[in-house]
Design a protein around this ligand. Sequence first.
Ligand code: AMP
Length: 217
Amino acid sequence: MIYLVFGPPGCGKGTQAAHLAERFHIPAISTGEMFRAECKAGTDLGKIVCAALTKGELVSDEVTNQIVARRLTQPDCRQGFVLDGYPRTVPQARQLESLLRREGLMDPRVIYLDVPDEALVQRLTSRRQCSECGHIYNLHFQPPVRPGICDVDGGTLMVRADDQESVIRQRLRSYHELTGPVLNWYGPGVVHRVDGTRSVHDVTDAVDVEAMDCSTA
Ligand code: AMP
C-alpha cells in the first residue's frame, strides 16, 4: 500500500501519516521532517532549504525530488509507505509516478484531509513541537501535561519558525497556488476526501475507512 496523506499545512497530515504507518507496518516519510533535520544538522542541503522553510516557500522540485527518490528506493519501502507532504506540485506528482513505475511499485492512494484556511491559522499558531523528539502538541486540543515541556522525553517545546502567522499565510498561498492542482491531477478516483475539521479521533476513524477502502480497491 502506498498512501499519500494530502492537505494544507496544519490539516493533521503528520498525525494521520503516523497512524497509517503504525497500522500497516510501513514507514511514514515526511519531506518537511527531512528538510527540518537537514536544516538543524547544518548540512549543505540544509543551507539550501533553510531559507525556503523559514519564509514558508516550497523547496525547489529538483531538490525535493532528489531527496524523496533517495528515500523511496531504500529496502524498507518495498512493501509500501506513507508519504506526508509530498508531492506538493504537479511536477513532483509526475516525478513520483515515474519513480513508482521504474521501481515496479503500486499506484498511490491519496487521502485528502480537507480543512478551511481560518481553522488552519488558528491551529498552527497554537502548535508546539518538541525540540528533541519532534512530538506535536496543540495548546488548545492536545496540551502537554507540564506547560512548555514534552510529555514523551522532557524536551523543550518550541514554536516552529514557519508557524508564525505571516509565514502560515504564505504557506497557505503556496498551497492553494501549487499544491491544490495536485488533487485535480490525481482525479476523483484516486482522491479520498476526509473532513479534517473533526476531532483527531473522528478523523482517524474516517481515515481508516478510506484506507481500508483503498487497500481492498
Ligand atoms: P511540512 O512539515 O510538510 O508542513 O513542510 C514544512 C516545509 O518544508 C514547507 O513549508 C516547505 O518549505 C518544505 N517542504 C516540505 N515538503 C515539501 C515538498 N514536497 N516540496 C517543496 N517543499 C516542501
